[in-house]
Design a protein around this ligand. Structure first.
Ligand code: MLT
Length: 407
């Protein structure tokens, strides 16, 4: 009899945000009158901007006529979009990236989860702790993580790099040598970022030990400080050691539209093989291309009109971030992030765990956030709020938390 992949049985019961969703659903069923404000999952709330809506309409119209109809998209993405990304996101910033090094996909989450397939089964992974759960869970599924220790909440083969207030949320180079290093900058969940100099340390390290950096830059659009790089390819040496993931979810509101891309430089080789060829092979075999209409919509992201509208949208969310950051700080909380990212990371009151604080906020303020421990053992004692809500709800949520604190 066939056996199921037992690695899946080692995973936590459900994905973090499903667990939160279930808890909130149970609470609202019991308390139907509670006006619950959700600042948990980092999902956008503002509508697609007019330039994107128009591009979608036009592309749908094209699909309705035989002469302009499009069937399967090219597996790796339409040339018009790959060229535009290479030019506007990379070469315009001085990064040496060619259009055929860009792989269009249905989103960064899929690519972050799938990329581990092109590496050896025995690769050791290193992750920041706290960490976006997809990096670890996808490696658990592939059997790369060893055994789970309930007490510490860690996997025996994973190298955890604590990022806490004590080290300014900057991971230290690990003592054991990893093969794959996941870095998310600006960071989900802490909302903090690495400077160019701090990232250069990692690029030099990866090149010196032969490791590969899997660089998640999904929140790049929120970078406000000049010394924070927008791409790892701004760092000399990154072409031989890094893969970068980008998303249209957070900069253009595509969480429900789905589109992202991954940059795999042709210079990234290990054991004589090029990661680029393997990822192209994987993409071609398992993916039939992102929809034409969605790739056309992405073109509007790079138009002058689209850029201006999206700049306002990012500013809208960052105004929320400021309301959260300032409001919590004034209320006496220790607060981090929110400058280069739409996430605020706060220290929970002494004597509470992250999940205690989750329950406390839900019950007393009807505000939903994400417990830090859900992102890893070093997230215990912290809590994440997202700036992706609408302004009125965000301001109301912070007011409720402040009132609660005052007693
Ligand atoms: C989050 O809340 O961490 C995000 O929604 C994650 C994601 O983009 O998948």
């Amino acid at each position: 009899m066939v056996r199921l992949n037992e690695n899946y049985l080692k995973l936590p019961g459900s994905y973090l945000f499903s667990t939160i969703g279930k808890k909130v659903a149970a609470y609202t069923e019991e308390h139907p009158d509670a006006k619950v404000i959700r600042l948990g999952i980092g999902d956008v709330t503002q509508p697609l901007v007019p330039a994107i809506v128009r591009a979608l309409h036009e592309a749908v119209e094209e699909m309705g006529h035989a002469e302009t109809f499009h069937g399967y998209a090219p597996d790796l993405g339409y040339a018009f979009l790959r060229e535009t990304i290479a030019e506007k996101d990379y070469r315009a910033r001085g990064c040496d990236i060619a259009a055929d090094e860009i792989f269009i996909s249905d989103g960064a989450k899929s690519d972050c989860g799938n990329i581990q397939e092109i590496f050896s089964a025995d690769a050791r992974i290193a992750v920041c702790d706290p960490v976006y759960p997809v990096y670890v869970d996808s490696n658990v599924m592939a059997g790369r993580t060893g055994e789970y220790d309930e007490k510490t909440g860690t996997w025996s083969r994973v190298i955890y790099m604590p990022c806490t207030a004590e080290n300014g949320f900057v991971p230290r180079l690990p003592e054991e040598t990893p093969d794959l290093i996941y870095l998310c900058v600006p960071n989900n969940p802490t909302g903090t970022a690495l400077t160019r100099d701090q990232l250069a340390v990692w690029v030099d390290y990866a090149n010196s030990v032969g490791a590969v950096i899997l660089y998640d830059a999904a929140y790049e659009a929120y970078i406000a400080q000049d010394d924070v790089p927008h791409s790892i390819f701004e760092i000399p040496g990154a072409r031989t050691c890094a893969i970068e993931f980008r998303s249209f979810s957070k900069n253009a509101g595509f969480t429900g539209v789905r589109l992202g891309f991954t940059v795999v430089p042709k210079d990234l080789k290990r054991g004589g093989a090029a990661a680029h060829s393997l990822w192209a092979r994987r993409h071609g075999t398992k993916f039939n291309g992102a929809p034409y209409i969605v790739q056309k919509a992405a073109m509007a992201v790079y138009s002058e009109e689209g850029k201006a509208q999206l700049k306002d949208q990012v500013a809208y969310y960052m105004r929320n971030a400021k309301v959260i950051y300032d409001g919590l700080k004034e209320a006496g909380y220790e607060v981090y992030g929110g400058i280069n990212a739409p996430y605020i990371w706060l220290k929970v009151p002494d004597g509470m765990t992250s999940w205690d604080f989750f329950d406390y906020l839900l019950e007393k303020a009807h505000v939903v956030g994400t417990p830090g421990s859900g992102f890893g053992p070093s997230g215990e004692g912290y809590f994440r709020l997202t700036a992706f809500g609408n302004y009125e709800n965000t301001a109301e949520a912070i007011e409720r938390i402040r009132r609660l604190k005052k007693g």
